[in-house]
Design a protein around this ligand. Structure first.
Ligand code: AVJ
Length: 322
């Protein structure tokens, strides 16, 4: 298979330092929390790929339905020369966009960006092999920090799919959309996937599947802390919880201590105590309403050009112009 060079925006030591800072901030807080980006080491990225195939986890299938129906529209409307994908993971659904943009004849470069080097390398190599003539430039990085130098000829489409924007808190969301707008020139595009508000049972099952894959994915953050910071979390001492917060309209994933525990995290210089039943918030996954998406895009300086949903109205995709 072809080797694709990846750009690295930070060293392994810098990543560990960042994890240390997040662990200190999150696990010494009154209400403990950890940022969801730490799920995605090689094993976590694989677990997420398994999640996307679970019967209960509809977002991937619903978004794929939208992209299958409208990738051609995206190609025609944007005439993109570069497709940038933030949080690209396996870039599996992205092939629908690459196919349409290739057929349209304008596409020159694909720039996937992800925190997981293993997922990125695999995706970049497979796509490079399958799309001869396409320049593939993978970037290992964090989409909240490494947007400044998005390479590639204009116009660019920045795709942020899967509903990952829902992992931000509302205030962070605005700042993030603004930061994307700031690196784009006028007339460039954002393609944004947003999971939609729906029945609480459907949502909770999507984040707490019967086979227990999401529970393993959730607990993977503890394995990452063990590996990078020499901690002694025992994942069997925690239960996975998926709670629909109807007021905030987000799913909250938590790890709940089964009993009172003390955990040593030498790499962060911490001893952390958990009361029985105490939880760590590991992810929020906000769900959206169409009017809210449009308003948030407008507040960040984007104009909504198109809004598409799947046949069951579960997932929305916006094409917005800067
Ligand atoms: C990859 C962030 C979109 O929030 O639905 C899946 C991650 N968490 N199951 C999501 C996830 C639990 C997922 N995103």
């Amino acid at each position: 298979m072809t080797e694709v060079d990846l750009d690295h925006h930070r060293s392994g030591d810098a990543v560990t330092a960042e994890l240390r800072a997040d662990v200190v901030a999150g696990l010494t807080a009154e209400r403990k929390w950890l940022p969801p980006k730490w799920f995605y080491d090689a094993e976590g990225s694989e677990l997420f790929e398994k999640i996307t195939q679970l019967p209960e986890y509809y977002p991937t299938r619903s978004e794929r339905e939208v992209l299958a129906a409208h990738a051609g529209d995206v190609a025609e409307l944007t005439g993109a020369h570069t497709l940038v994908e933030l949080g690209s993971g396996s870039s599996e659904k992205t092939r629908l966009l690459l196919d349409a943009l290739t057929a349209h004849g304008t596409l020159e470069a694909f720039v996937p960006l992800d925190v997981s080097e293993s997922a990125l390398a695999e995706a970049a190599e497979a796509i490079s092999a399958d799309y001869p003539g396409l320049t593939v430039r993978g970037v290992v990085g964090d989409f909240t920090q490494h947007l400044a130098l998005l390479p590639g000829g204009q116009p660019r489409v920045v795709a942020f799919l899967g509903g990952t924007i829902g992992n931000f808190l509302p205030a962070e969301r605005g700042a993030f959309l603004r930061s994307v707008r700031d690196v784009l020139d006028e007339g460039e595009w954002l393609l944004l996937g947003t999971d939609l508000v729906k029945d609480a049972g459907i949502l909770e099952r999507a984040y707490d599947d019967a086979a227990g894959v999401t529970a393993e994915f959730d607990k993977n953050v503890l394995r990452v802390i063990n590996a990078r910071l020499g901690a002694n979390f025992d994942t069997d001492e925690f239960d996975h919880v998926a709670h629909w917060d109807a007021e905030n309209e987000w799913i909250e994933m938590r790890l709940r201590a089964r009993r009172a525990l003390t955990v040593e995290i030498p790499g962060a210089g911490l001893t952390v105590r958990f009361a029985e039943g105490e939880h760590v918030r590991t992810e929020i996954s906000a769900k959206f309403r169409p009017s809210g998406v449009e308003a948030e895009l407008a507040a960040a300086g984007f104009e909504l050009a198109h809004w598409w949903t799947d046949s069951q109205q579960r997932f929305g995709v916006s094409l917005a112009r800067s």
